[in-house]
Design a protein around this ligand. Structure first.
Ligand code: PMP
Length: 285
């Protein structure tokens, strides 16, 4: 059975789910999106994702032609139409069809589409073994150029870092910001553990404020594990006891090597293991 895609109010077969080559989402990366998971038939952290989507749209002066409630219903419809109880949802809002030329005023109507499909970011055994990463030579976009807090369709910054990771034969790259401090991985937030304390870069270090990052901070609180938002240098990653990344697609993935150096013991650490299990449990609640 063909996958059903929701596009501008209609569910259509994947082969028929098409947008115009004049859509400014494609021509200029003019648009915003969200990636959301469904566990046990329920949209995980739905409100947080919807809020971030509307915030991103507002930040780029794009009006989403649906209310938050209508959007949630459309997501649920799409998941149901494909018979999924566990999946990944991609919601994309583009500036819509316009003429050649960047002026968004030339685009009459934004376009919205929703894909529900399966996704696997890391091989299963990597959640036990941990992945290797590098630090990228590509810095994260300066907040005054295009804020990383906006989840826009401009991912070339992250893609260039990912290409460096591919070339180095590792799973992901850590991006530093314009000050040389740690921002985030290409599509995941960074956490380290140092002397029992969990640390993650602050929202002013050039990161997307990950929904999974927020959930992880809540989990730490609940388990009585101290978690702080703190500006981190690359050296902090090198001398960390443990490290992991969080994101909707990758969930909680341990990191055991960075720039060829072993992190801590070189094996997945006890706090990472505990938090990974607690996250898994949280998604099944
Ligand atoms: N940073 C970037 C650049 C991302 O694209 C993502 C994935 N949305 C994340 C962090 C993690 O965010 P979340 O936990 O909301 O998926």
């Amino acid at each position: 059975m063909s996958l059903k895609i929701w596009i501008d109010g209609k569910l259509v077969d994947k082969a028929d789910a098409k947008i115009s080559v004049y859509d400014h989402g494609l021509l200029y990366g003019d648009g915003v999106f969200e990636g959301i998971r469904v566990y046990n038939g329920k949209i995980f952290e739905c409100e947080a994702h919807i809020r971030r989507l509307y915030d991103s749209a507002k930040a780029v002066r794009l009006k989403i032609p649906l209310s938050a409630g209508e959007l949630k219903t459309a997501m649920e419809q799409t998941v149901k139409a494909n018979g999924f109880t566990e999946c990944y949802i991609r919601v994309v809002v583009t500036r819509g069809v316009g003429s050649l030329g960047i002026d968004p005023n030339k685009c009459a109507n934004p376009s919205v589409f929703i894909i529900a499909d399966l996704i696997q970011m890391h091989a299963k055994e990597m959640y036990e073994k941990g992945i290797a990463v590098i630090t990228s030579s590509i810095i994260r976009t300066h907040p005054n150029a295009l804020s990383p807090r906006i989840k826009s369709l401009n991912y070339l910054n992250n893609i260039l870092a990912r290409i460096e990771a591919n070339d180095a034969g590792v799973a992901d790259a850590i991006m530093l910001n314009e000050e040389g401090n740690v921002s985030e991985a290409t599509v995941q937030n960074v956490f380290i553990v140092r002397a029992g304390q969990v640390q993650t870069p602050t929202t002013h270090d050039g990161i997307l404020e990950g929904v999974t990052r927020g959930v992880m901070m809540q989990i730490c609180r609940k388990l009585g594990i101290e978690c702080v938002e703190k500006t981190l240098q690359r050296l902090d990653l090198y001398i960390a006891d443990e490290m992991f990344l969080t994101g909707t697609g990758g969930e909680v993935i341990p990191v055991t090597k960075i720039d060829g150096r072993s992190i801590g013991s070189g094996e997945v650490g006890p706090i990472t293991r505990r938090l990974k299990d607690a996250f898994h449990q949280r998604t099944r609640e």
